[in-house]
Write a protein that binds this ligand. Structure first.
Ligand SMILES: Cc1ncc(COP(=O)(O)O)c(C=O)c1O
Length: 319
């Protein structure tokens, strides 16, 4: 089969049983990992970029070749750069300077423009805080107003969670033949967490769904903010618009520390050859807590959100 362009392969990622990781941790049960990093942009965000643009075209709110702008931690920028190029839209990614430089280089290489917004004065270099994100958001809005661009608005656009509800959750349920007990997911915009939760609960309301947050910035678990964390792609300590209506569907929120996150990234890599980024380690750390406690012996599914190659300049792989 030969495809016309890469947007046609934004689907159908495989699921791996990370049995060596489970064994190494001395746990009982199964940890299934869906390799979203195998999508063309190297992350799950390809799915939402495609859905946001397709749906905006269908609704007539996005004109042919209209410029697109987005506030992004990197992966949505990469995904939009790919989808915009293939659908004929000029794209500008607005990012906090606190994100890893691999992503900036990749967005530029994919033919898009990048605007880097300096971090807030009290932020830690390389750790994007809620304040940093607010500064980047302000700049993205300013550029949109100035240029008449369409803003993808991943934080508020329902086509973000709906992409995961329609596709990712369907794939998970079909690939596992419904034999899963729980799903745990790190929260950034909350798109995959909310969308997959809704999709899986529609199939079987007994599948348990958990949001995952950094221990230092857990907004939904306990409204505790103790400062920066290392998990790029989320943990912004802010209200998620999608969550407000569906919060009751969740069975809990789990906190993970930076150390637990890095440890699980390294174990997934060395034991099961799953070379993924920080937030995948956060997902796996949360799943490990469930398997060690209330969900001993059960089947838990997580996403491998992006590839570890995007973090070569960080301390993640200083092993
Ligand atoms: C690597 C990574 N992990 C997790 C997330 C959070 O995903 P979501 O925005 O669907 O909550 C993102 C979002 O950009 C990400 O890039």
């Amino acid at each position: 089969m030969i495809y016309d362009n890469v947007t046609q392969v934004i689907k159908d990622t495989p699921i791996i049983n990370a049995s060596n990781t489970v064994k190494r941790l001395g746990l009982d049960g199964n940890l299934y990992v869906k390799l979203e990093y195998l999508l063309p942009g190297g992350s799950k965000k390809d799915r939402i970029a495609l859905n946001i643009i397709n749906k905006a075209h269908e609704r007539g709110v996005l004109a042919p070749s209209q410029p697109i702008v987005e506030l992004t931690s990197g992966n949505t920028g990469i995904a939009l750069a790919i989808v915009c190029k293939q659908t004929g839209h000029p794209f500008t990614a607005v990012m906090s300077a606190g994100n890893s430089m691999e992503r900036v280089k990749m967005i530029k290489a994919l033919g898009a423009e990048v605007v880097l917004v300096p971090q807030a004065e009290d932020s830690i270099k390389g750790k994007v805080s809620g304040k940093d994100l607010a500064l980047a958001e302000e700049e993205a809005k300013r550029i949109c107003t100035q240029t008449g661009a369409f803003m993808a608005s991943q934080f508020d656009n329902l086509d973000n969670p709906l992409a995961h509800m329609a596709d990712t959750a369907e794939e998970i349920y079909a690939q596992t033949e419904g034999k899963i007990d729980a799903f745990a997911d790190f929260i950034g915009t909350g798109g995959s967490c909310a969308g997959i939760c809704m999709g899986l609960k529609n199939k079987n309301k007994n599948i348990l769904c958990y949001g995952v947050e950094p221990q230092n910035a857990s907004y939904y678990a306990d409204k505790e903010y103790h400062g920066a964390h290392i998990i790029q792609g989320g943990g912004y300590y802010r209200e998620i618009s999608f969550f407000e209506n569906i919060k009751h569907l969740f069975d809990g929120f789990i906190n993970v520390s930076d150390e637990e996150t890095i440890n699980l990234c390294r174990i997934l890599s060395s034991e099961d050859s799953i070379f993924a980024g920080f937030s995948t380690g956060a997902n796996a750390a949360a799943a490990a807590k469930l398997l060690a406690g209330p969900l001993k012996g059960k089947n838990i599914i997580i996403l491998a959100n992006d590839t570890g190659l995007k973090y070569m300049s960080t301390a993640l792989w200083d092993v």
